[in-house]
Write a protein that binds this ligand. Sequence first.
Ligand code: GLY
Ligand code: MN
Ligand code: MN
Length: 356
Amino acid sequence: MEKRVQRLRRLMGERQVEALFLSHPVSRRYLTGFTGSAGWVVVTESDQVLISDFRYRSQVREQAPDFRFIEHKGKPFHDVKEVLNAAGVGSVAFEETHLTFAEYRKLKTALHPIELEPMAGMVEKLREVKEKEELEVIRDAAQIADKAFAEIVKELRPGVKERDIALRLEVLMREQGAVSSSFDTIVASGPRSAMPHGVASDRVMEKGDLVTLDFGALYQGYCSDITRTVMLGQPSDRQREIYEIVLEAQKRTVAAIKRGITGKEADRVARDYISQHGYGDAFGHSTGHGLGMEVHERPNLSLRGETPLEPGMVVTVEPGIYLPEVGGVRIEDDVVVTDQGHEVLTKSPKELMIID
Ligand code: GLY
Ligand code: MN
Ligand code: MN
C-alpha cells in the first residue's frame, strides 16, 4: 500500500492544503510510527518533519525513519515556522478538534504572518480503511477480549461487585499483552443495565439481574470493543423478550454489513427491527461506530451516517434496548468489511447465557 504520508499529500492536494500541522497524538502515531507522548508533525509538499524533544531522540530515529527529526529546545512552534518558511508557504492547516485555544494562540503568535486554517478529519479519513497489518492487530485485540469474556463468565454470580469484575477484565486482558482497556469498562447489572454507559460501580450483583459487560483491549495501538449481556438466574418473560429482539436486530445488521451499504442504511436495519417490535423509544443511541486506533472513529453507523462502507473498514454493531424497570440488553461485535462481505472479529457466543 502507498505510504500513509503520500496518501495524505494526495488528500492535501484535493483540499488545496499547502502545509499541514498535526497535534493529535493519534495522527502523529498513525503517520510517523512514533509512539512517544509528545511531538508535532508538519507535512508540506516536499518535507515531512517530526518535532519532539531530547527524551525521544533515539526513539524517533528508530520508529520514524521516514521523517526529518527536529529536536526542539523549548520553542517547538518556532521550529514549525522555520519548516514552513523553508517550504515557502503562506498558510498552514491545523487540526481544529485537537488544539486547545491556548495552544492556538501561541501557535498564531509564533507563526505570524503565516495564516492558520482550521481543518478536520484529514488523517481520520485516511484511517477509515485499514491496512492488512492493522487488521491483524485489531483481530488480535478482539481475540484478547473474547478470551477475557470466556474467563469472566466463570466468575460472574450473585454477590460479586461490578468493579471487581471490571478489574478482573483489565487483568485478563493485560495478561494477554494489552496495554490497558480501550475505554472505562462497563459492568452494569440489574437496574443499572438500563444505563447504556453504566461504568462499573460498587453495586453487588443479584439473582434476576441482566448484566451488561462492555469492554475492550488496547493492544499495539489498536482497540477492540465488545458487549455481551448475561442473565443471573432465570430471566423474566420481558427480559427474555428484549434479549431475543436485540439479538435478532444485531444479527440482521451484522448480516447486512458489506461494501457499499451506508452507515445510515446499516443503522436502519437494527432500528427498524427494534421499532417494529415496539421498543424503538428504548434504543436511543447509534447502532455502531468505526473502530481502530481510537475506540470511536469514522465511519458511524447512525441516522446521519452517509459514508458507504468499503473493504478494510472496521465497525461495531451494537444495538440495545434499555428499560428502567427491567434492565437493559446490548450485544456488540467488531466487524470488518471484506471484498466478499464481512468478517466478524469478536467471536464470543451471543445466545442468552443464563448463569444459575
Ligand atoms: N462503550 C463504548 C462503545 O461501545 O461504544
Ligand atoms: Mn462497547
Ligand atoms: Mn462500541
